[in-house]
Structure formats: C-alpha cells, structure tokens
Design a protein around this ligand. Structure first.
Ligand SMILES: Nc1ncnc2c1ncn2[C@@H]1O[C@H](COP(=O)(O)OP(=O)(O)OP(=O)(O)O)[C@@H](O)[C@H]1O
Ligand SMILES: [Mg+2]
Length: 524
C-alpha cells in the first residue's frame, strides 16, 4: 500500500490540511471481471491510472474559468489550479463570468454560489441556456449547504465542492471533468448510433416510454450525481445502473454492485466501509470495503431500503463529506465514487415506515429513474425477445432461428408479473428445449398464461409458488426470502421458522449475494 501524504494549507483560501491515500493494493478488484467476495461484483475493463490524474497527460491544456467575488480566494484558487497545469482565467461575479465564458470558451467553469450582480446558480442556468453542453460547471458551496449543491446538480452542474476547499478533492474533480470532456465526443457518436436501433447498451426498447428513459439515462450518465433507480423486481434496475456507469467517464474504472438485502446486518458496515485488522472479533486482516473497491468508479447500493438505519446514517456522512473511515480506523481518506441506489419498494412509503432515512432519500434521489413494468410497454417484447434469442443461442450453443407468431402472440398477451427477468427465463428455457428452428408454444412452461403466474415476492402473499421446472435450490431460495420478508428481515426468527441454524441462513444469503441477483436462478 502506498500512502501519499500531502500538506496543502493556504490561510487565504481556508484550504484544509488533507491526506491522500493511493490504494495500489486493492488486490482482487484489479481483474477484468471477478466476484470479489460473496456479495460484491466488480467490473473493470482497464487497469486504472493513478488517482488524481492531472492535465500533464492531456494533449491540450484544459481551460478553467474561476468565478469568485472574494479577491484572496480568487487569486489563491487561480494559482493553485494553474499550478496543476490548467490554463486559467478569472471573473469576480456571475455577470463577468458569463461574459468571459462566452468570449474565452473554457472547458470547465469553477464558480462560487453567492456573488453580487449574478449568483452562481443563475450563471449555471445562463450557461446551460447557451447550450455549451460539454462545458463542466463545478460549484463551490458553503459548508453544510447540501440543499444548494443538490439544486445546482439538478440544474446541470457537473459536481460541487464545499468550503473550505480540499485541494486534493478539487484536483480530482477537475481531472474527472477533463476526462469527461475527452470522452464526450466519443460517447455522442455511440449514443446516436444506439438510439437509432432502439438499444441503449444492454437495454432494449423502442417504445415511447423506453425512449424517454434512454434519453434521461444518457443525460444523467455523464454527470456525477446520485441516481435512485426504482421499479418492480425484474424491470432492469441493475442493467440501468451498469448502463449509467458504461456511458460515464468512469467506464474504465470498477462498477461494484452490493445487494444490501443479502448481507447479514453484522457484516454490512464492514462490507461497505471496510475494516482494519482487529476492528472486531474475527477481523483478522485489514479489508477494503465496497467504496474503496469502487474508487473512481460507480457503486450500486441495491435494495437500499434493506440497509440498517444506523448504516444509512454513516452512508449519508460519506456522501456528504466524501471521506471514508474504515471500521476501527482513526484516519479518514477521501473517496471519489459515484453512488447509485436501487429499490423495488416505493421509496416514499419506505421513508414513511422508517425503513429509509428521509435525508438519505433526499440525497440519493437527485435524479429518479423509474423503470416501468413490462406490461406497460408490451410493444417492446418482440425486440427484447429477439435480442434475448441471440444471447441464449450463444450462451447455450443453440441455433434457434426465431420465434413463431403464435408463441409471440402468447408472450404479448401475458401479464409478466416478474417483468423482463421472467421473460428472459421463459426464453432461456424455450431456447434450451427447442435447440434449432423456431420457438413455438410447445416450448413454453406448462400452464403458461392460463392463470397469472404468481411470483414468490408479492408483498402480502404468505405462500410461495413453485412451478414445474424450478430447481430445488431456487425453490429453497424463494422460501428463505419469503420467510425473511414475513419476519421483517429478522434473521433469527426466520432461521427458527425454517428449522435451520442462523449460521446456515447467513451462508445461504451469502451464496445468493454471490449470484449477484436476488431472484434469478438461471441467470449468470
Ligand atoms: N430493457 C431491457 N432489455 C433487455 N434486457 C433487459 C431489460 N430490462 C431487463 N432486462 C434483463 O432482465 C433481467 C433482470 O434485470 P435486472 O437484474 O436489471 O432487474 P432488477 O430491476 O434489478 O431486478 P430486482 O429488483 O429483482 O433486483 C436481466 O437479465 C436483464 O438483463
Ligand atoms: Mg436488481
């Protein structure tokens, strides 16, 4: 582990003393694709360069316009930013900033919020009206004014930094913003190509609903904001999270998904924040948490409503301060991770019921992407089936040429309570059975469409339904999850009802976490 300590202190700017730790020994996460442990999946396509990359590696020096009414702070910031190799220019209020931005065309605008004549938010609005879309605006906010920061992000700010400014954090934000601009053009070309074919990354859909969502995903992807992804089980929430990551400048860095519902309460904080050796009984070695594994990348907190409320409070602090302290450690280190969250429950009800902290909800829900159930965009079924056929042929070495009209009609008529996941399972089963030629109704599960296929995770049903063709492992998994739901996630009680030990229950939950899917047995 390489630790680099920097001391940057400037009285005029009120720059904070800060230490920066470069993690060069994250071990398992630096592999192209691997499950780091039972709970976390990491996707990384390229070995990451060192953190805090500076313009030294850019072919053209990025232009940064600094807008700040306080003279000392302005000079200090300009010196600091030029020292990192950027070209800088300055303005003393929003109006002057707007004029300079139009004349000089900077790639990045770093602006204070409270200024005479025109404040930072108005400057941000005016800049976005000018449609200088690839210009990144970073706002400087007063300490604790998270509401202002959220407001700025909603209007289109790239990121925000709180006073007193931590130089290392500022340097990272600037480097990320430059990187974003570098990839912007490349992404634009890809997007246009994809949009024309009703596909966005792995997401398929040309219905009006899906096209609107694709538009929103594209717009939100390149910024740093948190996004709360909601929707019924199987509607594609995790797929959206991966797409947001893949369309962002963070793409070469890890994508880490954690299923909060699959982690025993006693382990969740260590999983997310990491721990030092000896932090608690059984902590034999220091361990990096998900935040560290996702450094410079994206972290998806799946089933956020299942996270214990105490852990939610700690998470909120990390999101606000962007600093992390491992369990058992006295040192805080900066984190640069984009956090996405997903839930299949209604978040407002979860807040009202006390399962989700209101302040965390507010912080995560800067943008909401709501995935519609499949029954509300049935016109996408033919295209989704087509894309799944190709995947399944490849996965199972089959040569299915297509799908017969009658079977397609039955698929369209079905209600799909399990959404796209249920459709995928149906197609996978059919492709395996059919092998070659065209899929027809004989390849559908027995009883398909004759009655609504109840899935085990309906909120009030106290029974699980196991269709013929379900594996014993899957049936066991559904029973365990259903029992946990009925005990409000009380694992001791659930273990008693199931007649198994608490340890066995934890092991089973860990296994399900390792499949990185909460409800799908045959998916990879
Ligand atoms: N629009 C889509 N196009 C193609 N495949 C999709 C689409 N939406 C979902 N899928 C597929 O459906 C399956 C379920 O998706 P995903 O795991 O993202 O759902 P989810 O909403 O996260 O479910 P859960 O709430 O149960 O975790 C995956 O196999 C995914 O690839
Ligand atoms: Mg999911």
């Amino acid at each position: 582990m390489v630790a680099e300590i920097r001391q940057n202190y400037s009285p005029e700017l009120g720059l904070a003393f800060s230490s920066r730790t470069q993690l060069s020994s994250l071990g398992p996460c630096w592999h192209p694709y691997r499950r780091v442990n039972c709970i976390v999946a990491v996707l990384q396509t390229k070995k990451s360069p060192k953190r805090g990359c500076t313009p030294d590696r850019m072919s053209v020096q990025e232009k940064v316009l600094i807008v700040e009414d306080e003279e000392n702070a302005l000079t200090g910031l300009a010196e600091l930013v030029s020292g990192w190799g950027y070209r800088t220019d300055t303005a003393r209020d929003g109006l002057e900033g707007l004029e300079r931005a139009q004349a000089w065309q900077p790639g990045i605008v770093l602006t204070d919020l409270r200024m005479p004549r025109m404040d930072g938010l108005e400057l941000l609005e005016r800049l976005s009206e000018l449609k200088q879309q690839d210009q990144a605006v970073i706002v400087i906010t007063a300490q604790g004014s998270i509401a202002e920061a959220v407001e700025a992000m909603k209007i289109g700010a790239y990121d925000f930094i709180q006073k007193p400014i931590d130089p290392n954090r500022l340097r990272t934000i600037l480097a990320n913003a430059s990187r974003q601009r570098e990839t912007q053009q490349e992404l634009e070309v890809t997007r246009r190509k994809l949009r024309d074919t009703g596909v966005l990354g792995p997401l398929v859909g040309s219905s009006k609903k899906m096209q609107e969502l694709f538009g929103l995903i594209e717009r939100v992807a390149t910024s740093n904001v948190s996004v709360l992804i909601t929707g019924e089980s199987g509607t594609g929430k995790e797929l959206v999270a991966r797409t947001l990551h893949d369309l962002s400048p963070r793409k070469p860095k890890p994508f880490v998904a954690v299923n909060c519902a699959a982690i025993p309460e006693t382990l969740i904080e260590s999983e997310i924040f990491g721990h030092e050796r000896g932090a608690f009984t059984g902590a034999l070695e220091r361990r990096a948490g998900c935040f560290e594994l996702a450094e410079e990348g994206t972290l998806l907190l799946d089933e956020i409503g299942e996270m214990p409320v105490g852990t939610q409070a700690k998470l909120l602090r990390v999101l606000e301060d962007r600093k992390l302290r491992r369990l058992g450690s006295k040192i805080e280190s900066p984190v640069d991770v984009r956090v996405l969250a997903a839930t299949n429950k209604d978040p407002e009800t979860a807040v009202a019921d006390g399962h989700l902290r209101g302040d965390l909800y507010y912080r995560l829900n800067v943008f909401n992407i709501h995935m519609p159930p499949l029954r509300e965009h049935k016109e996408d079924i033919p295209a989704i089936v087509d894309s799944m056929l190709r995947d399944m042929n490849e996965k199972h070495s089959r040569q299915v040429a297509g799908i017969g009209d009658e079977m397609l009609g039955r698929l369209i008529a079905h209600d799909w309570p399990g959404n796209v996941r249920e459709l995928r399972n149906t197609i996978e089963r059919a492709v395996i059975l059919c092998g070659e030629g065209y899929l027809d109704s004989r390849h559908l599960p027995p009883g398909f469409g004759s009655k609504p296929m109840k899935l085990s995770f309906e909120p009030d049903a106290n029974a699980i339904q196991v269709e013929v063709g379900t594996t014993v492992d899957e049936a066991e998994r559904r029973l365990i999850i259903k029992t946990l739901e009925s005990t409000n996630n009380n694992k001791t009680k659930a273990a008693e009802i199931l007649g198994i030990s608490l340890k066995t229950l934890h092991n089973k939950l860990k296994e399900y976490g390792s499949s990185n899917s909460s409800t799908d047995a045959i998916e990879e």
